[in-house]
Ligand binder design. Sequence first.
Ligand code: GAR
Length: 216
Amino acid sequence: MARLKLGILISGRGSNMQALIAACREGRVDAEVRLVLSNRVDAGGLAHAKTAGIATCIVSHRDFADRAGFDAALDQALRRAGVDFVCLAGFMRLLTPGFIESWRDRMINIHPSLLPAFPGLDTHRRALEAGVKLAGCTVHFVRFETDSGPIVAQAAVPVLADDDEASLAVRVLAAEHRLYPLALRLIAEGRVQVAGERALAKAPTPPQSALLNPPD
Ligand code: GAR
């Protein structure tokens, strides 16, 4: 399989972006980060990407009258950089169906819940309100509905009795930093097949144990 040429889209601090950059640099994922693109001038992750010597680009949604114009500019920036695979890493803009379709099965996202539970914003607050005992994160191919699409990989973490949104977010984020590089590695190695709305990932060793909360 040809080496992936990645474009990473961010809107904020970019900690998942950092995890992906590190995994590529350290040879854990056979892919090259060609471009980090942000829709926000003040995205903290831009500085890290620049320090890592990666090309960065800002396409501000405020400069466009509509979503289609913004997405056309995103698409142009990605293609100009030679990107052939897109990772959304805390990119908080809704994308148009046209853009999603043109990157179909070549664009993945990470979301801090066990999808299809709790898509969208305020994920951790809603998980706590629902009283779930396991939370987690999901890497999925991008389809039209927010935070939907064939699931590549998930990580589960326990929800603890005294958790608040912040403490749960920290635990889930640590899992995100492990999961996103793993999912990308499986894709880069050609181990993930998308069939309709399901993705099948062939991992080297299947997991054996259940995560129980409360534990037995
Ligand atoms: C991450 O928790 C990511 O899962 C979430 O935004 C955060 C970005 O953090 N994404 C979504 O909620 C997408 N719906 P980061 O900028 O430090 O990677």
